[in-house]
Design a protein around this ligand. Sequence first.
Ligand code: NAP
Length: 498
Amino acid sequence: MATVAPQAYRNYVNGAWVDARSGETMPSINPATGETLGRVPKSGAEDAQAAIAAARAAFEKWRKVPAPRRAEILYRAAVELVRQKEDLARLMTQEMGKVLAETRGDVQEAIDMTYFIAGEGRRLHGYTTPSEMPHKAAYCLRVPVGVVGVITPWNFPMAIPSWKIIPALLCGNTVVFKPATDTPLVGVRFAQILNDAGLPPGVLNVLTGSGGKVGNAIVEHPDVAIISFTGSTEIGLAMAEKCARLGKRVSLEMGGKNAAIVMDDADLDLATDALIWSAFGTSGQRCTACSRIITQRGVRKELTDRLVARAKSLRLGDGLDPKTEVGPVVSQAQLESIHGYVDVGKKEGARVLVGGAPAREGALARGYFYAPTIFDNVTPGMRVEQEEIFGPVTDIIEAKDLDDAVRILNGVQYGLSASIFTRDVNKAMRAIDDIFTGIVYVNHGTIGAEVHLPFGGTKNTGNGHREGGIQALDVFSEWKAVYIDYSGRLQRAQIDKE
Ligand code: NAP
């Protein structure tokens, strides 16, 4: 059953490893060293058409495979992911930069998601309900939708594709997957493991290439029924406009400007550990990264001093080195964008307490490293307080009290993740009531979602859908209501009332 191993890193279309029709390729680069890890097809619209045609053809058979049987294939894939976990994590660290402990976590999240959703193969619950008429049965069930286009970012190269591909397949859809240009190798390996587990040809296709070309071709193709996208708000909202014109469903997970509130009564040891992890883990390149620390005056100085000392001591380096705490950012473009924001912050009057520049000492000069950066004197409304920087940069903002802190926290266009540190249960519960984000943590940083809860955000972070949890199934299924009249006569709903 094993497919040809993709050392050449090809596309996988209709059960075969193929090059782009154009024959063109593009490199995948290690951001810690600048080395080329491999080359992948630079796919275009023709490749998208072939993959979508294969997925469309495969859908008619796949949708009829009973869901528990579909799930058995996913379970087999999960077992294989466990077996290859270390190898996949090492590849991911090389391709994307984050440290091994985190890439192991990324693969583990895909494993968890696969086991969790495969379990739904024996549920996929609808419900039965009484009819308003005698001798009439009424129930509803989920049905698959068709071909799903999956378009993902580079920061979680396996976890995020798994949040989309696994529920899409379990529900009986077929998939055309385009991983990010910065992390195509992990995307191809993930698709290979799923296919080797026994998916029929055409059920899961993978195409590497740029968003503007092959990604856009997937979005615009009339035979793609659903687009499931994670990435920037700018690209996501533009995609939503196109999908609206085409009348197709689009699920968007987009940017964030997440904040943690630290109240005067907080446990500062805990808050410091959690905030360093939330702000600088994955070099700040998590959609849930903590990029604003909203602190009450009473603990502001003590907390700031502790955070600065810890940020200074973080060890930057190649993520494969077990001593490394912070890896590189993903690309030169990302490095420049982060540094541009640091300049903006300084011009706005924010003060750099630590970091504020690319890190270029010794071996760091070969890669894209940015020193963990903390801004002080940040006030609500500054660009560095409002806009997603997506790098190892966080702000200190002072708040008068809980209401003021929540107002500042909510005062951005995004609504993904938030947290509060307090020992007062009343304050914690009021914060949960008033914070308008998709995820709220108490006495924990802003990162660390689990797959069996809904994941996603409010406002410009999303468009009302959720990944994770059983809510993920809603994106990838239609509801069908069924009425079976066994009275043997015409009974008219709402009209034939006794
Ligand atoms: P991005 O630039 O928006 O790209 C995301 C994906 O969309 C990539 O595969 C990209 O391809 C593709 N794409 C770009 N332009 C396209 C187009 N015109 N048509 C179709 N596809 C297109 O985002 P990113 O820089 O990879 O990721 C960082 C962003 O993701 C941040 O804003 C972060 O907050 C967000 N994110 C959100 C969540 C969440 O759950 N809310 C989770 C993780 C990340 P290329 O790679 O070829 O450009």
